[in-house]
Design a protein around this ligand. Structure first.
Ligand code: SF4
Ligand code: SF4
Length: 298
C-alpha cells in the first residue's frame, strides 16, 4: 500500500506527509501555482483565438512553450492528475471532506472553465496534452489532400474512447472506496517528466517508459492518453459538452464537409457537442470559406 503511494505524485507529496494542517497543504500550494499558470495561458490563448490569430504555426509555438516550460523545466506543471490522485488517496485513507477543500476548489475552477469555453486547458496548458499534440503532427494529416501522410493513422470513435475512459475512472474510484488503494500513479505518464530530476529512480523510470509509450502512440492515434485514460479529460469532456462558447460555423459555411473529414476527434459537425474539441485548429485551417469562429456570445 505504501509502495503504491511512493511513486508518481507520492514522491513529491511525501514532503508534506507530516502535514499539521486540517487540509491538504500540498494540494493547496500546487493548486495555486497551477491556477496561476492556467490563467496566463487561458487569457493569452482566448485572445489569439478570438482575434483569429491562432494559426497552426502560432499554436505549435504555444505547444512547444507549454511542453518545454511546463513539461521539462517545471517537470509536469500543471498536472491535472495531481488533484484527482489526491482525492483518491484521501478516499483510500478515509480522510474527511475538509482535507480535500483545496483540490476540490482547483478542480471546480478548471471544470468551470471547460463549462464556459470548452477544453482550452487541454488544448494549450497541459504539458502532456501538448506533448501528444506535437507528436500527432508527425503523422497526422494537416492537409486533407495529402492522403499519404495519413496512412498510418488509426481512427477510433468517440463512443469507444468514452467507454474506456469512464470504465477506467469507475475502476479507480471502486478500488479507492472498497479496497482503500489508489492505482492512478501506475497510470501517470506525467511523472515520466520527473525522470529528468532523478534519472536513477526506478519508479520514475517506469513512469518515463509510460510517457514514451504515450508519445509513440500519439504518432499513430490522436491524443491517446487524453482520450482513453485521463480522468481529468473525462470530467472536462462532460463539462465541455455544455459549453456554448466554442468553435461554431457561421452563415458563410457551404457544408463542404472538409472540417468534418479533418477533425481528429469527429466533433466538427455543426450539431456535434464540443466535448472532445482540443482547439487543434485543423478545421479552421482547412475551411476554404473561413466559416468557423469562436463564439463568445453563447
Ligand atoms: S485530457 Fe488530461 S492529459 Fe489530456 S490535455 Fe487534458 S488534462 Fe492533459
Ligand atoms: S478539428 Fe475538431 S478538435 Fe480540432 S479545433 Fe476543429 S472541431 Fe476542434
Amino acid at each position: 500500500m505504501k509502495n503504491l503511494k511512493q511513486i508518481g505524485f507520492g514522491v513529491i507529496s511525501s514532503v508534506f506527509q507530516e502535514n499539521p494542517l486540517p487540509f491538504d497543504t500540498y494540494g493547496a500550494i500546487s493548486g495555486v501555482f497551477m491556477l496561476f499558470l492556467w490563467l496566463i495561458t487561458f487569457l493569452f490563448c482566448i485572445m489569439l483565438i478570438d482575434a483569429k490569430l491562432m494559426s497552426q504555426k502560432a499554436a505549435t509555438v504555444i505547444y512547444l512553450i507549454t511542453f518545454i516550460i511546463g513539461g521539462l523545466l517545471l517537470v509536469a506543471i500543471p498536472n491535472t492528475l495531481l488533484p484527482i490522485s489526491e482525492i483518491l488517496m484521501a478516499i483510500a485513507d478515509r480522510k474527511d471532506l475538509w482535507y480535500l477543500l483545496p483540490v476540490l476548489t482547483v478542480l471546480t475552477i478548471l471544470f468551470g472553465t471547460s463549462l464556459l469555453v470548452g477544453r482550452i486547458f487541454c488544448g494549450y496548458a497541459c504539458p502532456l496534452g501538448t506533448f501528444q499534440e506535437l507528436l500527432s503532427k508527425i503523422n497526422f494529416k494537416q492537409d486533407i489532400k495529402n492522403q499519404k501522410a495519413n496512412k498510418f493513422h488509426f481512427e477510433v470513435s468517440k463512443q469507444l474512447t468514452g467507454k474506456v475512459r469512464w470504465t477506467f475512472v469507475g475502476i479507480l474510484f471502486f478500488l479507492a472506496i472498497l479496497l482503500g488503494i489508489n492505482i492512478l500513479p501506475y497510470f501517470d505518464p506525467f511523472s515520466g517528466f520527473l525522470v529528468l530530476r532523478s534519472p536513477i529512480d526506478l519508479n520514475l523510470f517506469i513512469a518515463f517508459v509510460g510517457l514514451s509509450i504515450v508519445g509513440i502512440s500519439s504518432i499513430f492515434l490522436y491524443r491517446p492518453y487524453c482520450r482513453f485514460l485521463c480522468p481529468f479529460g473525462a470530467g472536462s469532456d462532460l463539462c465541455s459538452r455544455y459549453a456554448k462558447n466554442t468553435y461554431q460555423r457561421t452563415e458563410d459555411c457551404t457544408e463542404c464537409g472538409l472540417c468534418e473529414k479533418i477533425c481528429p476527434t469527429h466533433v466538427a459537425a455543426a450539431e456535434s457537442n464540443k466535448g472532445e474539441c482540443y482547439y487543434c485548429n485543423r478545421c479552421i485551417e482547412i475551411c476554404p470559406e473561413d466559416a468557423i469562429k469562436l463564439n463568445l456570445e453563447g
